[in-house]
Design a protein around this ligand. Structure first.
Ligand SMILES: C[S@@+](CC[C@H](N)C(=O)[O-])C[C@H]1O[C@@H](n2cnc3c(N)ncnc32)[C@H](O)[C@@H]1O
Length: 252
């Protein structure tokens, strides 16, 4: 308890104290967010443990991750040519996505928000290493992609056999896709980060996420949706972690 109080005090800033008087509920959510922010390794180990995987399995998956360095370099190189596109926003979290996909071995994973396709590439490489699994991605092509390219342009041909990409608004495509798929093992949100849209996607995907499935959202600090959704579903505060701005928990 003492350690927890020290940790909370460690993330409190003057602005939180000021805002606490104006909007106490918002301040609680901000503190919740900061309180569960951890390093990449802690994030992955926490989720791996909640999936029943050992620390050794996590380290093995990281070894596999490093064996693909030339692919990661290629992705980075291409993205750096177009720094104004969204592709570089998840640079820090992508290794965790590869490792978690290796561990979870999802048969069916659904991702919203593709842009150039960097996260899709990491997930698909992990699925290829798993020897199975399919990734279904939805993207409304942004207007900042390199000329002549569409969503997912960066995903190598060799990784596309396990991929289904649907172009359009997730508000229109996600429901019918999930209906078609039935149950899914993992959901990753990284499309439009408004409170309303995130909550809508979370609620829609939740109906299809299996028990033991992994629920991931990028930019959980962008709005209050992630925390409101957890409260709505009675998911305890202790069951999620955030690495950088990627939040996640296992459905129990
Ligand atoms: C942050 S980018 C995704 C980046 C990607 N996950 C990565 O890190 O490689 C967000 C993407 O979501 C798309 N998007 C925005 N609103 C959307 C919507 N309503 N439905 C589907 N995609 C949407 C954007 O056009 C953009 O391509």
């Amino acid at each position: 308890m003492y350690q927890q109080i020290v940790k909370v005090l460690g993330v409190v800033r003057l602005k939180h104290i000021f805002r606490a008087f104006i909007s106490p509920l918002h301040t609680i959510k901000v503190l919740k967010y900061h309180y569960r922010r951890v390093s990449e390794r802690e994030f992955v180990h926490f989720l791996a443990r909640s999936q029943g995987y050992s620390a050794g399995a996590v380290e093995q998956a990281y070894k596999d991750f490093h064996s693909h360095q030339s692919l990661w370099d290629e992705v980075e190189e291409k993205l750096t040519l177009y720094p104004n596109s969204y592709g570089l926003q998840m640079t820090r979290e992508r290794p965790a996505l590869y490792v978690l996909t290796r561990l979870l071995k999802p048969n069916i994973m659904v991702e919203t928000g593709v842009s150039s396709g960097a996260t899709s590439t990491y997930i698909l490489r992990a699925m290829q290493d798993n020897g199975g699994g399919r990734l279904f991605s939805i993207d409304l092509p942004p207007d900042n992609l390199p000329q002549g390219h569409t969503s997912g342009w960066i995903v190598p041909e060799s990784l596309r056999s396990q991929w289904v990409l649907k172009l359009g608004d997730s508000k229109e495509l996600l429901g019918p896709l999930l209906h078609e798929l039935g149950a899914i093992n993992c959901f990753l949100h990284d499309s439009l980060h408004t409170d309303e849209h995130m909550l809508w996607e979370f609620r829609t995907a939740w109906k299809h996420l299996r028990t033991g499935g992994l629920f991931l959202s990028h930019d959980v600090g962008a709005s209050e949706a992630f925390f409101d959704f957890m409260a709505e579903q009675h998911i305890p505060w202790s069951s999620y972690r955030v690495f950088h701005v990627l939040g996640g928990f296992t459905r129990v």
